[in-house]
Design a protein around this ligand. Structure first.
Ligand code: GLN
Length: 531
């Protein structure tokens, strides 16, 4: 196996994750088996408990791991399915070291960052790959110079010493700030960042420069000279025009994949980029245009519903449609539903926790139902739709989820009996991939075209089976169930053009070149019923 380490300098939010993912896509295009992983220097054991305000969306893997949203980019750009071994935080590293210490594994030795902490990191570098993997790309979160990042860099330095030189490649991403007053791009911060890396003992092999303006040859020469990398390994990564999915193509134009392949002494032929060209062509010349409203409570945050937004874009690609995503705060809907919802061609309510915004979301779901606007509810969005249906169609007054009202007379969404004894927060969360059996006569079966599917979950509450009969008698359709525990996974309203709520998170399995079938059909319905 070959190893690529990706680090970042100058500022955070450089899009290192996207660069890593796009590089993965390019190498995969060449026929290599690629796996990506993320090391995060912060001390949380995993991102599961972090607020979306702090860290954007929590991305969930098949095995139930709650991970950094960069793993979402990795899975969207490449074909490997990631596991809990592909996201590591300092918190997890220390947890491992300290539990070994308590068990006496260190035989009385003084436990130290070097070698004990770095050893755990090195173990995890190796563990992230797997037998079938040719190239493992490990991205380090944060910026060079962060105190927390040091043990990871040290472990990477040691690791490179232990394997053959042509098995490891260091890629460093930096920013070339554009100074308006001087009218030029500045290379100094990048030089300093590379120097800081060298201080730690790491010489980068490829320098990827994020920039708003094209670099001159002179600048490439200068960066090459001061950063000690060959001039052809100074890569320009300009801001993309329309979409992040152009990135594999723009990076390919800079020959980054050939550089990597040469450096790692791999012998693989160049292949065409048809898949990615197709994606970009569809993005740039759409035949339709629709407006999809996403009604949530973290609307002002760029990354809180990252995978949802990306999945909507994928569905647009699949339908040759430009999708304008309108982000709507659930609390604004409560104040003025008509103003916020009337002009939409489709409405989506994503997942969420806690009571804030639920009133506005219930109004939203009701509005979509009554006005025949295609509706797609994800996790909480499905529960909301059930509450509206119970209250306003089935006549079950004050129906609610026990998450929002423990004393509701009609707990249509509730924690199931077999989970009630697990009371610690998080302990009773249904996490990861679960099977679902679809109802043959349903919108969902139409979308997937197969009967048995598996989707990722992250929730505590469920559709309460005690109300199944009452609600289906009132016109709700059960679109799919979990066969093991007979849990409702999908609800639909047959008397509506397209109304689907799913207890799972389909947004974690959609790709730009393979849109998720439910997202795809949702956007297709929005196009079809556009008023
Ligand atoms: N809060 C709800 C639950 O725990 C929904 C969670 C979600 O949307 N991810 O069941």
């Amino acid at each position: 196996m070959k190893y690529i380490f990706v680090t970042g300098g100058v500022v955070s939010s450089l899009g290192k994750g996207l660069t890593s993912a796009a590089l993965g896509a390019l190498l995969e295009q060449r026929g290599l088996k690629v796996r990506l992983q993320k090391f995060d220097p912060y001390l949380n054991v995993d991102p599961g408990t972090m607020s979306p305000f702090q860290h954007g969306e929590v991305y969930v893997l098949n095995d139930g791991a709650e991970t950094d949203l960069d793993l979402g980019h990795y899975e969207r750009f490449t074909n490997g399915t990631l596991s809990k071994l592909n996201n590591l935080t300092s918190g997890k590293v220390y947890e491992t070291v300290l539990s070994r210490e308590r068990k006496g594994d260190y035989l009385g030795a003084t436990v130290q960052v070097i070698p004990h902490v770095t050893d755990v990191i090195k173990e995890r570098i190796r563990a992230g790959g797997g037998e079938d993997v040719d190239i493992l790309i490990t991205e380090l979160g944060g910026t060079i110079g962060d105190i927390e990042g040091l043990p990871f860099l040290e472990a990477m330095r040691q690791f490179a010493l232990e394997v053959a030189r042509d098995d490891v490649l260091f890629l460093h991403c930096t920013l070339l700030p554009f100074l308006k007053a001087a009218g030029e791009l500045k290379t100094k911060p990048s030089q300093q960042s590379v120097a800081k890396l060298r201080e730690i003992g790491i010489q980068c092999d490829i320098l990827v420069c994020r920039t708003e303006e094209p670099m001159t040859d002179e600048m490439r020469q200068k960066l090459s000279l001061f950063c000690n990398v060959p001039v052809n390994a100074v890569i320009e990564e300009m801001d993309v025009e329309t979409s992040i999915y152009e990135l594999p193509i723009t990076l390919k134009a800079e020959n980054i994949d050939s550089l990597v392949i040469e450096h790692l002494h791999l012998d693989v032929p160049d292949k065409n980029m048809k898949v990615w060209h197709d994606v970009v062509r569809r993005l740039k010349s759409p035949k339709h245009e629709v407006k999809i409203g996403v009604v949530g409570k973290y609307i002002e945050l760029q990354d809180a519903y990252k995978s949802v937004y990306e999945s909507i874009i994928h569905a647009g690609i699949a339908n040759d449609a430009k999708v304008n995503i309108v982000r709507i705060d659930a609390e604004d809907v409560q104040l003025n539903p008509q103003k916020n919802l009337a002009k939409l061609d489709g409405i989506l309510i994503p997942g969420g926790f806690g009571d804030r915004g639920t009133a506005g979301k219930i109004i939203t779901s009701k509005y979509a139902r009554e006005n025949a606007i295609p509706y797609f509810g994800l996790c909480l969005g499905m529960q909301i739709a059930v509450i509206d249906f119970a209250r306003n169609v089935a006549g079950l007054e004050d129906s609610n989820s026990t998450e929002f009202d423990a004393n509701t007379p009609h707990p249509v969404i509730d924690i199931m009996e077999d989970q009630k004894n697990l009371t610690t927060k998080g302990a009773n969360m249904r996490l990861g991939s679960y099977p679902c059996e679809l109802t043959e006569d349903s919108l969902s079966f139409d979308a997937y075209g197969i009967k048995n599917i598996a989707e990722r979950h992250r929730h505590r509450y469920e559709f309460n089976n005690n109300y199944r009969e009452q609600l289906t008698n009132a016109g709700l359709r059960i679109g799919g169930i979990n066969p093991e525990r007979d849990l409702v996974e999908i609800i639909e309203i047959p008397k509506h053009p397209w109304f689907v709520g799913v207890q799972f998170h389909p947004e974690f399995q959609s790709k730009p070149n393979a849109a998720h079938p439910l997202f795809s059909n949702f956007v297709a319905a929005a196009i079809k019923y556009k008023k």
